[in-house]
Write a protein that binds this ligand. Structure first.
Ligand SMILES: Nc1ncnc2c1ncn2[C@@H]1O[C@H](COP(=O)(O)OP(=O)(O)OP(=O)(O)O)[C@@H](O)[C@H]1O
Length: 223
């Protein structure tokens, strides 16, 4: 149900669309609870006032990197913001201290190289663009400063990118943990090699996924 807002003729709103999920348009007529919305796709949709959401016409064209800055934190507003950023290859977006990752379905090596890891090392949360390394860094720093173990929860639908995200988190944590190794293998290699063991014991079977995870535990005594 849409939030109660003052919808008048000329208001810009989002209307549900079976193909596109949400479509934006302008209110052209109001008849009691009934609205006529002329969409940007050229159609006129007749709907109920309770089914539309106000559109932020002043949202920045490239979206916002923290969705708590959106004027309206409703489903079409959030999806629009994520889609706008995705178009620009910005796959990460914050909502406060939660990171949302959209699966790019392509390799983006420049996002995860050593140079990037070094940039996020010790940077304040929110200082740089949203990134999985920033989440790992803040969890690691909190563990060190408070002397307590910490956890990072990675959730999402099957195929959303949890395993990839977890690999990046582990790679970054291994990078922070230092590169000196034993038997010719770096700490990073050893941590990443432990992934199948973690999957075997740490994952759960759910109705949507036989092999669902992902919790990263940062145990104070191991760092
Ligand atoms: N950050 C990313 N960069 C590049 N490719 C990605 C990224 N995240 C996901 N992918 C692509 O999407 C595929 C599916 O992602 P992944 O295996 O991580 O999903 P999952 O959420 O762990 O799925 P499941 O729950 O079914 O195990 C990967 O094999 C990879 O091709």
């Amino acid at each position: 149900m849409a939030a109660p807002v003052n919808i008048i003729v000329g208001s810009h709103v989002w209307v549900e669309d079976p193909a596109l999920a949400w479509i934006d348009g302008e209110v052209t007529r109001i008849n009691g609870q009934e609205l006529h919305v002329h969409t940007t796709k050229g159609k006129t949709i007749v709907t109920n006032v309770s089914k539309v959401f106000p559109k932020d016409t002043e949202a920045p064209p490239g979206g916002v990197d923290d969705m708590t800055r959106l004027s309206y934190l409703h489903e079409p507003g959030v999806l629009q913001n994520l889609a706008t950023r995705y178009e620009l290859n910005e796959i990460y977006t914050y909502t406060g201290n939660i990171l949302i990752a959209i699966n790019p379905f392509q390799r983006l090596p420049h996002l995860y190289d050593t140079h990037m890891m070094e940039q996020y090392k010790g940077a304040g949360f929110g200082e740089l663009s949203p990134h999985v390394f920033a989440v790992a860094d803040v969890a690691y720093r909190a563990m060190i400063n408070e002397g307590k173990s910490n956890s990072i929860l990675v959730s999402g639908e099957s195929g959303a990118g949890k395993t990839e995200t977890t690999k990046m988190l582990m790679r970054y944590l291994a990078h922070l943990g230092g590169r000196s190794g034993v038997e010719g293998r770096t700490v990073e290699q050893q941590v990443l090699e432990s992934n199948p063991v973690l999957e075997a014991f740490g994952n759960a079977k759910t109705v949507r996924n036989n092999n669902s995870r992902c919790m990263i535990s940062l145990e104070r005594s191991k760092f």
